[in-house]
Design a protein around this ligand. Structure first.
Ligand code: GDP
Ligand code: MN
Length: 380
């Protein structure tokens, strides 16, 4: 999960990394109010999940609140490489004497976190790596040793930072950034530029922050950063439930286990003359809880007129899926008919369980094509 600059900076701040004070705004009027509160010169920055905003006209200095409103009006709605700006971050403007670059990322090849530091910041790091590779200091961290003071010294001396005040501040930031990276389960924490002000103060002027999706469950505060307002409410609900779900515009709800089977199910429904209402992949597990969650998501779509439940048991067991379907019917009200095709591991037991319970509105089909035809007919 990629964070917006202002979210990354919020986390930086929590770990003690110096950042400028700022406010978020979604309208020019809010931008004016934010600039008034902050006072003096501010910078208005597009909040989009892509880099190079400066060059694209998404970062602008403003002299006062009125100017901030005007700059926000220019930036809001701007399309930056396919990302439309809906929010701007207004922060107190900094004076810049030098622009450095500092990042820590996860190097899969080396199986270790990798620090990169250079005094040639402000431009894309790929450019520095290509044009002046000697200026870029790279240093792997042994995750068992963790941060050690020599790490920062090696980075700072290696890049040729001579001012003792800068050295000291950067060393502190390196240590804080490493803690931030590890404790947030990040994949990337990048500060570009890390600036030095004319008074010799070092701080993070930008943030690029990626968190491992698989670790979000233990960071509810970071997971809450996710932008659900713009997304489809049904897809947001599915994400909450951990269900892979893509909304389509037909009337046959589709549930398969595994992306391949789910896609084939979409195809066979089209072959049978129907239109899929969604694409939903139960994944490899397919335990009862997963089935209940997936059916709950599909049943919430008002366009769904029938549900085609297509399972090929491998690791997934047919009997468990059957119990999941019955449990779902017990727990939630599903008004539309469900057509089930079960094959593979424990399919016979699964079908027996369904036949015995024989809930109304549940149809069992022998093959995928039969099931598709029935589901399409029932959706008509
Ligand atoms: P990016 O282009 O998406 O990487 O956005 P940045 O946040 O890195 O900003 C781009 C550039 O705008 C920076 O490299 C700075 O040169 C400039 N900039 C950003 N904030 C300030 C500020 O507070 N004062 C000044 N003078 N320049 C700024
Ligand atoms: Mn930047």
């Amino acid at each position: 999960m990629d964070l917006y600059e202002y979210q990354g900076k919020q986390l930086f701040g929590q770990f003690g990394i110096p950042v400028s004070e700022g406010r978020l705004a979604t309208t020019p009027e809010e931008a004016r109010a934010a600039a008034e509160e902050l006072g003096g010169q501010v910078v208005v920055k597009a909040q989009v999940l892509t880099g190079g905003r400066g060059k694209a006209g998404g970062v602008k200095l403003a002299d006062d609140a009125g100017d901030a409103e005007a700059k926000a009006r220019e930036i809001l709605g701007l399309d930056i490489r396919g990302h439309v700006v809906e929010k701007v971050w207004i922060e107190r403007a900094s004076e810049i004497a030098k622009e450095y670059y500092l990042s820590v990322t996860f190097d899969r090849g080396a199986k270790r976190p990798l620090f990169m530091f250079t005094t040639q910041g402000g431009v894309e790091i790929e450019e520095v790596a290509a044009n002046s590779p000697d200026a870029l200091v790279r240093l792997h961290i042994d995750p068992l040793e963790g941060y050690q003071p020599w790490v920062a010294r090696r980075l700072v001396y290696g890049a040729g930072v001579e001012d003792p005040g800068e050295q000291k501040q950067i060393a502190a930031i390196v240590e804080q950034l490493y803690r931030c990276f590890v404790e947030s389960d990040a994949m990337l924490c990048e500060i570009n530029p890390l600036i030095v002000t004319p008074l010799g103060e070092v701080k993070a002027l930008d943030s690029k922050f990626t968190v491992d999706d698989s670790a979000l469950y233990r960071h509810p505060d970071i997971a809450a950063f996710r932008d659900t307002s713009a997304a489809d409410p049904l897809e947001a609900f599915a994400r909450e439930k951990g269900v892979t779900y893509v909304k389509l515009d037909g009337s046959v709800g589709i549930l398969g286990n595994g992306a391949g089977l789910s896609m084939s199910t979409v195809d066979v429904v089209v072959t049978a003359g129907g239109k899929p209402a969604n694409f939903c992949d139960l994944g490899g597990g397919g335990d009862a809880e997963g089935v209940v969650d997936a059916l709950e998501v599909i049943a919430r779509d008002p366009q769904v007129r029938s549900i085609f439940f297509n399972i090929f048991g491998g690791i997934t067991r047919g009997d468990e899926v059957a119990r999941g379907i019955l449990e779902a019917l017990d727990r939630i009200e599903i008004k539309v008919p469900i057509v089930v095709r079960l094959d593979g591991t424990n399919a016979e037991q699964g079908l027996a369980i369904l036949r015995e319970a024989a809930p109304p509105n549940l149809h069992v089909a022998p093959t995928m094509l039969d099931a598709a035809r029935t589901a399409v007919e029932l959706a008509a």
